[in-house]
Design a binder for this molecule. Structure first.
Ligand code: DAH
Length: 335
């Protein structure tokens, strides 16, 4: 017996010496002192031994097992210390964390508010067909409204969408009525760049279709959106507008927060910034989406997400948003 136990210990010593990884040592632990190990077997055979043998070997076996466990644990500890040896707690390991782009922040904020009002969030393609971007939205080929949204045509006959309104048609086709969606996204226009115009910017579209939707519902949603975003009663004004896909159409302006309404380059010296286009969805648009205008009515709106970000963060030049200038863009934090 003594010999057997000594041999076990020797064997363990040599396998431990070659183990270099924690996982290896844990394996050794289970095979040398675990439930199915040889020493465990010897220990349980004690009960069948004569009283004399029990006295003779009992503590020897138990002690051997303990010793073997200590050998393994020491080796584990040794390995741990070795891997920590290069750790210098005096070095400053602080990592610089990134920050979200202002458009991402405002987009999340506004979709969160809309979600609470029961809107689902959808997204659509940036490369779009003329049909979804214009025709289905009641803007036929030579309609003058196309001039206001000069776009980039692609070689494959598609275009870069000029507005998120294309999502209206996709949503109606995909979900039918009743419907309550919002669709944030990037849009493109062939614009001359200045403090207030970019060729790439962001909008968020909203659309509600149901059995008795009215203009009051539209106003309520838009005013509350602005109130929640700016955490204050911002001054807004509603003007009749024209959009081929809504009838009647409205434009909502907000008093310019950059200059406090006094007039500056951002608001073209008018004191007001156009924020939302909206209106009751034109029957032709409902029809294009496969919805019967005699049964359903709806409203739609398109917020300039980029403008919202500019107002909220008092950014006086739109070009900074696409500049990738981290020194500037990293200043914005979620409220
Ligand atoms: N798509 C329009 C634009 O980019 C904005 C707009 C106006 C969206 C009226 C709407 C709407 O949903 O009803 O100028």
């Amino acid at each position: 017996m003594e010999e057997k136990l000594t041999k076990l210990k020797e064997e363990l010593t040599s396998v431990l010496a070659t183990a270099t990884k924690e996982a290896d040592i844990l394996n050794i632990k289970s095979s040398y002192v675990g439930k199915k190990s040889e020493i465990a077997g010897i220990l349980s055979s004690l009960k069948d031994m004569s009283i004399e043998d029990k006295k003779k070997y009992g503590s020897l076996i138990n002690n051997t097992k303990k010793e073997m466990e200590t050998m393994i644990n020491d080796r584990l500890e040794e390995l741990e210390n070795k891997s920590n040896i290069n750790f210098d707690s005096t070095i400053n390991y602080e990592v610089e964390t990134g920050s979200l782009h202002p458009i991402t922040i405002i987009g999340k904020e506004i979709t969160d508010i809309l979600k609470r009002m029961g809107f689902s969030v959808v997204t659509g393609p940036e490369m779009e067909s003329e049909y979804y971007n214009f025709e289905a939205l009641n803007v036929p080929k030579d309609h003058p409204a196309r001039d206001m949204q000069d776009t980039y045509f692609l070689d494959n006959g598609m275009l870069l969408r000029t507005q998120t309104s294309d999502n209206q048609i996709h949503a109606m086709e995909n979900f039918g009525a009743p419907l309550r969606i919002c669709a944030p996204g990037r849009v493109f226009r062939n614009e001359d760049l200045d403090a207030n115009h970019e060729n790439t910017f962001f909008q968020i579209e909203g659309m509600v279709i149901d059995k008795s939707v009215t203009i009051e519902n539209l106003l309520y949603v838009m005013q509350n959106l602005l109130k929640e975003i700016f955490h204050e009663d911002v001054r807004v004004r509603l003007r009749p507008g024209f959009f081929p896909f809504t009838e009647p159409s409205y434009e909502m302006d907000m008093s310019c927060l950059i200059c406090g309404g006094k007039g500056c380059p951002t608001c073209k010296n008018s004191g007001w910034i156009e924020m939302v286009g909206s209106g009751m969805i034109h029957p032709n648009v409902l029809r294009a989406g496969g919805i019967d205008p005699n049964e359903y009515t709806g409203f739609a709106f398109g917020f300039g997400l980029t403008r919202l970000a500019m107002m909220k963060y008092k950014i006086n030049d739109i070009r900074v948003l696409n500049s990738g200038d981290i020194r500037y863009l990293s200043e914005f934090k979620i409220d």
